[in-house]
Ligand binder design. Sequence first.
Ligand SMILES: Nc1ncnc2c1ncn2[C@@H]1O[C@H](COP(=O)(O)OP(=O)(O)OP(=O)(O)O)[C@@H](O)[C@H]1O
Ligand SMILES: [Mg+2]
Length: 230
Amino acid sequence: MIQGAPLGARFERCTFDNFEVSNENREAYEACRRLAEKGGAGVLIMGKNGLGKTHLLVALMKEYDRRTSLPSMNRREDGSGSVRVPPVTELLRVAATETDEDVGVGEPTLSPDEIERSTHIEYWPLLDLASELRSEITRGYQEVSRRCRECDLLVLDDFGAERVTDFVLAELERIVDWRYRTMRPSAIATNLDIARITMKYGQRALSRWAASCELVTVLGEDRRASMEPS
Ligand SMILES: Nc1ncnc2c1ncn2[C@@H]1O[C@H](COP(=O)(O)OP(=O)(O)OP(=O)(O)O)[C@@H](O)[C@H]1O
Ligand SMILES: [Mg+2]
């Protein structure tokens, strides 16, 4: 289940299959695929505008979600009953050993209704997250902050685009620190390079990301410049 900000029509169709891999983005593509397929370390993608960072984050979320979805075999017809949900790491391990041949022709397939989503993914462009965190605090609760700390996969897009205030900085630090301690993966995309990330968020945050994420850079030309407007 993907929660947070809507992906929007422009990115709904983004998958690993329609991402063109080149030498300039291969490292980021492979890091995202590894995280989607095997779990483990997160990924921090750095690069200029229009190089496919958001495309990769969306593909990663979809694949991670797909691989960790669960058939609701133990559920009773009235929807009651408990379903044993294996840990996400276990689901990813099983999925990693599956091949296309494992799915035989003619075998019954599961309809969307029969799928029980066991994974919780949060997707937030930083501008939206910062504004949501601010508005939550004025309303006196911190639901989004808690979801960002505790979800299975946290995906933060356009990191660095937000106006940094002490409040936003402190909240982000809390989220980063919590996820670092509990070894939950995050996938982050930013236009900033290492030096600017350190300047904006401090050595403390960078040190935690470096220890829990693959740091990858995408290069190349802005793809938007050569696209037909739509
Ligand atoms: N390697 C690629 N293969 C296929 N489509 C791509 C690729 N790279 C970028 N695109 C497409 O180009 C457009 C811009 O890419 P995207 O929005 O992911 O860039 P970005 O790196 O996130 O840019 P920004 O930093 O401005 O947010 C999207 O429509 C995306 O699907
Ligand atoms: Mg983007």
